[in-house]
Design a binder for this molecule. Structure first.
Ligand code: SF4
Length: 728
């Protein structure tokens, strides 16, 4: 027995922090004993967070599933060998497809699926091979407008300014210090707090807009405590200042932008006073923020998931696009491209010009849903329509769902309806290492390998690397029990169904007994990439498993093609008219005088992290953070339980005082709880804020994004149960 140390990277979340991992050779196989940040890594420099440091527990916990589970005739789960489990699923899928057609099979990629570099491609390719339009991902649960806006209003072929070169940054509802997420141009998720402070020492100005004084807001040069859901007013007011004071890049706009006059007319009524009044901020601060943003030479405005979840998501993203476009926050000829992306093929030549149109939404030939006029967004259907497509008989009804590390019970809007839909399926397969809230309702739970038991590449985090940074890591621990990689699951199912999976590089070999090696899969998946995964693997092995940076392959931005007619179009589709409708419509829901806003949890990656002991030791619930004066005013008690009621449903929360939260708000992390969470168990499992939301009444008409933050609610104390004492 001995301990070996390997270089690897964390896959608990999308940040992929570089790690060293100790593995012990035990009689039952190689087991992970410790992890720590890798101080030698050029991008991460030893950074990790508390979630990543729990990887050993995540791999070795007693209650991890090491066998798949299939329900028997009595509805009880039975541990079942992987081959029989997959044969059972394939048999059911054959029956369902024969009866209802290919669209009856849906696949949902959730947060757990994104821990595996091959899972998106495998699950998408499998859905395509079946011929089903019903491929869903968590992108349409929290930020579809980013995808839509890029496609609809234009994108710069060479990418945006990067954070490291910027002298100004505007973060709207984005708290990368906890979420480890920012869109390109925002703060890279590796050591985000240190990164921001380092840039500030070099002169960067940081503007943060957030209803809550978040971790990043505390570092801001200007902090705007905007009301939830009123980001459009704030952004339109800033555009008003930038246009009226002619602070924008007039040469860039003349050369590359259509629709400027329409935008200028739409923001004209949003004077600083009117905009600030609606947004709940100080007008002078709004003006100062606009001047500071436009006064920088480089630096982007970015949003987190909150502003998209708080209503008017598409309008908000559009206005952010307008800020970046008018201020020309893009890479220019002769510079290195913003994000070189080693594994994701560049679809567009990096030139100093607007890229070609991307027919991402509603174009001819793109699939439509039967509900709410919604349809395919990029590669996927919007999650908004899944429950209705399951519950409603007719052409295209979904009867089988494979959830790849998702947790629809606590992640989808309208929890009660989603739970009804899951229970209505003919077949619900959940890929999950734990009996999560969704796995507990499944017909079959497929037990996957955990991250350190498989090979992976850094394709999912390369959207934040400003250099051509790449990793190919090996499996360093032995998988216990009977678990396999997600790509192997889909390969076996496809083979049993006699369908051909295709990847970017061509057909996946299907005529063998066993799936192709992961390296083969990854090479086919990334065809056309800057460097093939197999080559990165070779180079990484030569470097002792460390990252490889291909500086010499980092593309340089070329000159604009003189024949190109591509331009940003800021007056396309529903914008900017949507701003006028927003400005006219300011109704509060009667009787609901508080708003519930979402927040990130340090101990969870969405719903992932719930079973891990050390994370549970920090908290088992998602407290309801409320301003101390509101706690007094409502007759609540710190540590007591509050009943939170929206127009749709009621949940409970454990009261926690915070003067960082605006008055009139309650701030809670999402994706906690379970379908049965209530006041009796809220301290142990937390509450599902998605129960308060509706897929049918409060949603973005373009993307289907449900209102999941800034939800109108009312708060009432829960009277403690009387304690009876026996009398003598
Ligand atoms: S930020 Fe994400 S990738 Fe990094 S250690 Fe934490 S969980 Fe792992």
């Amino acid at each position: 027995m001995g301990i070996q140390t390997h270089k690897t990277f964390c896959r608990f979340c999308h940040a992929n922090c570089a790690m060293e991992v100790d593995v012990e050779d035990r009689p039952d196989g190689k087991r992970v004993t410790a992890v720590r940040g890798d101080p030698d890594d050029p991008a991460y420099g030893g950074y990790t967070c508390m979630k990543g440091r729990e990887l050993p527990d995540s791999h070795n916990a007693d209650h991890r599933l090491t066998q798949s589970l299939v329900r028997d005739a009595n509805g009880e789960f039975q541990s079942t060998p992987m081959p029989q489990t997959l044969a059972h699923i394939a048999g059911e899928l054959k029956r369902i497809i024969a009866k209802y057609g290919p669209d009856s099979v849906a696949v949902f990629m959730g947060s757990g699926g994104y821990q595996n570099s091959a899972a998106w491609a495998a699950s998408h390719s499998f859905t395509q091979a079946i011929g089903s339009k019903h491929f869903f991902t968590s992108v349409t649960l929290d930020q579809p407008a980013k995808v839509f806006t890029t496609a609809r209003y234009g994108h710069w072929a060479a990418g945006t300014n990067t954070f490291s070169e910027s002298d100004v940054a505007l973060l709207v509802g984005n708290n990368p210090i906890v979420s480890h997420y920012s869109p390109p141009g925002g703060v890279p998720p590796f050591s985000p707090s240190r990164r921001i402070r380092d840039r500030q020492k070099q002169g960067m100005k940081v503007i943060v807009a957030d209803p809550r004084e978040s971790d990043v807001a505390r570092l801001a040069d200007i902090y705007l405590r905007v009301k939830p859901g009123e980001d459009p007013a704030l952004l339109a007011g800033m555009l008003n200042v930038i246009i009226s004071e002619e602070l924008y890049d007039r040469n860039f706009v003349a050369a590359h932008v259509d629709g400027f006059d329409e935008l200028a007319a739409a923001v004209e009524p949003m004077t600083p006073e009117i905009a600030a009044g609606r947004a709940g901020v100080d007008a002078d601060q709004l003006v100062a923020a606009a001047r500071m943003f436009a006064g920088g030479s480089k630096g982007c405005a970015v949003t987190g998931t909150g502003p998209e979840m708080a209503g008017n998501g598409t309008l908000t993203e559009y206005l952010v696009t307008c800020l970046n476009t008018l201020c020309a926050r893009f890479k220019q000829e002769g510079e290195k491209t913003g994000i070189p992306r080693v594994f994701t093929p560049q679809m567009v030549e990096p030139r100093a010009q607007v890229g070609p149109d991307m027919p991402m939404f509603g174009a001819d030939g793109m699939a439509k849903s039967r509900f709410r006029g919604l349809g395919q967004l990029g590669f996927e259907m919007p999650c908004n329509i899944m429950a209705d497509e399951i519950l409603t008989p007719g052409e295209g009804q979904i009867r089988a769902l494979i959830s790849v590390g998702g947790n629809p019970v606590v992640g989808f809007p309208n929890q009660a309806k989603m739970v009804r839909a899951l229970d209505d399926l003919d077949l619900f397969v959940q890929i999950d290492p734990w009996l999560s809230a969704s796995a507990k309702r499944a017909d079959v739970v497929l037990a996957p390998k955990q991250s350190l038991e498989r090979e992976d590449i850094t394709n999912l985090s390369e959207w934040w690397h400003e250099t051509a940074y790449a990793r190919y890591v090996e499996a360093v621990a032995d998988a216990p029990g009977d678990v396999i990689d997600e790509y192997e699951m889909f390969w076996h199912l496809a083979k049993a169904l006699d369908i051909q999976m295709q990847l970017a590089g061509g057909p996946l070999p299907m005529d063998t007994e066993a799936p192709p090696a992961k390296e083969t899969f990854l090479d086919l998946m990334t065809a056309g990439s800057l460097v093939k995964p197999s080559k990165v693997r070779e180079d990484a092995q030569a470097a002792g498993g460390a990252a490889v940076v291909y500086d010499d392959l980092h593309p340089t931005v070329g000159p604009a093609d003189p024949d190109s007619e591509n331009r940003f179009d800021l007056a396309a589709g529903a914008m900017p008219d949507a701003l006028s409708r927003y400005a006219e419509n300011h109704e509060a829901k009667a009787g609901f005088n508080f708003k519930l806003i979402s927040r990130r949890s340090k101990t969870r990656f969405n719903s992932i992290g719930h079973p891990l002991e050390k994370l549970r030791a920090k908290t088992t619930t998602n407290p309801a953070y409320i301003h101390p004066d509101d706690i007094v005013g409502l007759g609540l008690e710190e540590g007591g339980i509050v009943e939170i009621t929206s127009p749709h449903a009621t949940i409970h929360g454990v009261v926690k005082a915070s003067d960082k939260v605006r008055r009139g708000l309650v701030s809670m992390a999402h994706a906690y709880g379970d379908a049965h969470a209530d006041k009796t168990n809220v301290r142990e499992i937390g509450s599902s804020t998605n129960r308060l939301t509706s897929d049918e009444t409060d949603y973005d008409p373009i993307t289907g994004q449900a209102l999941q933050s800034g939800i109108p609610v009312k708060l009432e104390p829960v009277t403690p149960e009387p304690v009876f004492q026996e009398t003598a």
